[in-house]
Write a protein that binds this ligand. Structure first.
Ligand code: ZN
Length: 150
């Protein structure tokens, strides 16, 4: 367990220091805002959709290390995927961080995202980890209003 905790911390720190796809996306055709008032996390997600495919994705914003690392990992994961594939991963990720799905024993498509399974031990952090995913979900659904985790 200590190895997993160490890996978890390393990955969070790495993504927090050097977030992937952290920029305004000039070619975006969808923009979605998300807030987690509980922690103060806020982000803007940019998507360039090519039909049903997420051709490019980026984010900007500020928040705690977990929200930023999770958003960074989310963008890296869904780039190039179809909206339907991204929704499957969103559902699996959401169930994992809420402790409803154990990635060690159940089939999933989460890849390196399983490192974030550790947040299920910290209920207050679940919303930090899932904010970017809820925001993606709303963007794919074409929702106009900002997303709030509350
Ligand atoms: Zn947070």
């Amino acid at each position: 367990m200590s190895d997993i905790n160490e890996l978890y911390q390393q990955v969070i720190l790495d993504h927090n220091k050097k977030p992937r796809n952290f920029k305004v996306l000039d070619t975006a055709n969808r923009r979605q805002e998300g807030y987690n008032p509980l922690c103060g996390d806020q982000l803007v997600l940019y998507l360039e959709m090519d039909g049903d495919v997420i051709k490019d994705v980026s984010f900007q914003g500020q928040g705690c290390a977990i929200s930023k690392a999770s958003a960074s990992m989310m963008t890296a994961m869904v780039k190039g995927k179809t909206a339907a594939e991204a929704e499957v991963i969103f559902d699996e990720f959401h169930r994992m961080v809420k402790g409803e799905m154990d990635p060690a024993t159940e089939p999933h498509h989460l890849g390196r995202l399983t490192i974030l399974a550790g947040v299920r031990e910290f209920p207050a952090r679940v919303k930090c980890a899932s904010l970017s995913w809820h925001t993606l979900h709303a963007a794919l659904a074409g929702q106009d209003e900002p997303v709030s985790t509350e």
